[in-house]
Design a protein around this ligand. Structure first.
Ligand code: ATP
Ligand code: MG
Length: 266
C-alpha cells in the first residue's frame, strides 16, 4: 500500500517552449479526472501555469514568492483552479526578485522542500512548473522533488540540451537530494511524419529505456488554445487529441506507480 504522502514531480527543461506548462496544467487536470488530489506549483515568474489555470497572476494577493521568501505556509497561498479542480500556488513577476532575495538567506535551496514537508500529506501529486533555466528556482524544485518529468521536442538540439539538464540533476542528487529520480521523458508536439522525430525517439529509447513514456503528446491546436480561456484542454474540449493524450499520460503514470507499489517490500 505504501504511505499516503504525495509524490512531488518537477517538470523541468531549461529549453524554452518545449511544453512544460502545457504538461503541468493538463497532467494536473487529468490526474484530478482520475480522482487524485493535486497541487500545481507555478515556480516560473512568467506565471503561465497560473494564467492557464484561470487565475489572474496580477490580481493574486499572495504567491509562491511569499512561500519562498517569507515562509508563508502553502495552505495560506494555495487557490482552487476554477475549472479543473486542482489547487495551485500562483506565481507572477514578483518571483524574479526571489532569487536575489534568497541569495543571502539560510537554506535557500530548501525553501520549497521545507514548505511542502507538512502539506504533501494533503495531496496525491504535487506538480511543479519550472522556468526555462537552471536557476535557484529550478534548484528549489529539484531539491523538493521525488522525480523529474522532462518534456522535450524530438529535434536535433533537444539531446544536446538534455546533457546540461542531466548534469544538473546529478549535482542536485549528490549535494541536495539523493532521492531524486528521473520520473520520465515525455515527447511533446510529436509529429511521426518527421523523420528526425523517429531518429531522436530511437536515441532516447537507447539512452533512457523505459524512462521514456510510451505516451506521446501530439501537436494539437486545442492544447494551444485552452490557456487563453484559463482552462485545461480537458475542460475546453474533452474529445480533443491533446486532452486524450494527457489522460493517457496520467494513466501510464498511475500504472507505473501501481507496478512499483506492488513489488514485495523487504
Ligand atoms: N502539444 C502541443 N500542441 C500544440 N501546441 C502546443 C503543444 N504543447 C505546447 N504547445 C504550445 O507551445 C507553446 C509553448 O508551450 P509551453 O508554454 O507549454 O512551453 P514551456 O516549456 O512551458 O515554455 P517556457 O519555457 O516559456 O515556460 C505554447 O504556446 C503552447 O500553447
Ligand atoms: Mg512554461
Amino acid at each position: 500500500m505504501g504511505t499516503a504522502v504525495g509524490k512531488i514531480l518537477a517538470v523541468t527543461n531549461q529549453k524554452g517552449g518545449v511544453g512544460k506548462t502545457t504538461t503541468c496544467v493538463n497532467l494536473a487536470a487529468s490526474l484530478v479526472a482520475t480522482r487524485k488530489k493535486v497541487l500545481l506549483i507555478d515556480i516560473d515568474p512568467q506565471g503561465n501555469a497560473t494564467m492557464g489555470s484561470g487565475i489572474d497572476k496580477n490580481a493574486v494577493s499572495s504567491s509562491v514568492y511569499d512561500v519562498l521568501v517569507h515562509r508563508v505556509p502553502v495552505a495560506a497561498v494555495a487557490q482552487k483552479a476554477p475549472s479543473a479542480g486542482y489547487d495551485i500556488l500562483p506565481a507572477n513577476g514578483d518571483l524574479t526578485a526571489a532569487e536575489v532575495e534568497l541569495l543571502n538567506g539560510s537554506e535557500k535551496e530548501f525553501r520549497l522542500r521545507d514548505a511542502l514537508a507538512i502539506e504533501r500529506v494533503e495531496y496525491d501529486y504535487i506538480i511543479i512548473d519550472c522556468p526555462p533555466s537552471l536557476n535557484m528556482l529550478t534548484v528549489n524544485a529539484l531539491a523538493a522533488a521525488d522525480g523529474v518529468l522532462i518534456p522535450m521536442q524530438c529535434e536535433y538540439y533537444a539531446l544536446e540540451g538534455l546533457t546540461a539538464l542531466l548534469d544538473t540533476i546529478q549535482r542536485v542528487q549528490q549535494v541536495l537530494n539523493p532521492n531524486l529520480q528521473i520520473e520520465g521523458l515525455l515527447r511533446t508536439m510529436y509529429d511521426p511524419r518527421n523523420s528526425l522525430t523517429n531518429d531522436v525517439s530511437a536515441q532516447l529509447a537507447a539512452h533512457f529505456g523505459d524512462r521514456v513514456y510510451r505516451t506521446v503528446i501530439p501537436r494539437n491546436v486545442r492544447l494551444a488554445e485552452a490557456p487563453s480561456f484559463g482552462m485545461s484542454a480537458l475542460s475546453y474540449d474533452k474529445q480533443s487529441k491533446g486532452a486524450l493524450a494527457y489522460l493517457a499520460l496520467a494513466g501510464e503514470m498511475l500504472r507505473r506507480s501501481d507496478a512499483v507499489n506492488a513489488l514485495p517490500t523487504a
